[in-house]
Ligand binder design. Structure first.
Ligand SMILES: [Zn+2]
Length: 192
């Protein structure tokens, strides 16, 4: 089991057929995940294509994560919590300036994604909307969004299976509102 310390991230390769288990070890902690085709990193995870093809804005067990080239990147085999978000972009330095009115430096998923992806020659502008594991975004009939505390309990996990050779980046999210005001680690493991 690998540990992503609070407010950090990781990036690694995942071969077609391998499984990835992402665990919330303490509960109420979001993990942002982005995916790239390891053969051609211009192909990457697409929120728009996934919501379109799965015909839902709530993506969970039985669904696939699709690429910008309309190909399956991952299947979700298990999801013990069942609530994830695929609407919102990763929290970034500007998130804290604009939404939190905080002019100071603040760690962010965006920074933790692109700094870990540098070794794969992926640039900040290449980072797409992330699949936000355990993130609890609620929406009203009029379209109003709210970011509520995660529903995940200690030990909840999502199990993914790669549908192509992938580069995966994961974070332990750094945004107060997404994690009920505290920052915790994320665990993950690769299974054959
Ligand atoms: Zn975040």
């Amino acid at each position: 089991m690998e540990v992503i310390k609070k407010q950090t991230g990781a990036a690694f390769s995942l071969k077609k057929g391998q499984k990835l288990r992402v665990v919330d070890p303490q509960g109420e902690q979001v993990s942002d995940m982005v995916l790239f085709n390891s053969e051609d990193t211009r192909e990457k995870i697409s929120s728009g294509k996934t919501l379109d093809f799965e015909e839902s804005i709530l993506i969970t067990k039985g669904d696939f994560l699709w690429s910008n080239r309309s190909r399956k990147m991952m299947e979700i085999l298990e999801d013990t919590n069942g609530r994830n978000d695929f609407l919102l972009a990763p929290c970034s330095p500007e998130t804290f300036q604009i939404m939190y009115k905080n002019p100071e430096y603040h760690p962010s998923c965006f920074e933790n994604l692109y700094t870990n992806l540098e070794k794969f020659d992926i640039q900040p502008d290449d980072v797409p909307t992330a699949f936000n594991i355990f993130m609890n975004v609620q929406f009203a009939a009029d379209g109003k969004l709210s970011v509520d505390p995660p529903l995940s309990k200690a030990g909840d996990y999502v199990l993914f299976q790669a549908q192509m050779d992938l580069i995966v980046a994961l974070t332990a999210c750094s945004a107060e509102d997404s994690n009920n005001g505290s920052f915790k680690p994320i665990h993950y493991e690769i299974l054959e």
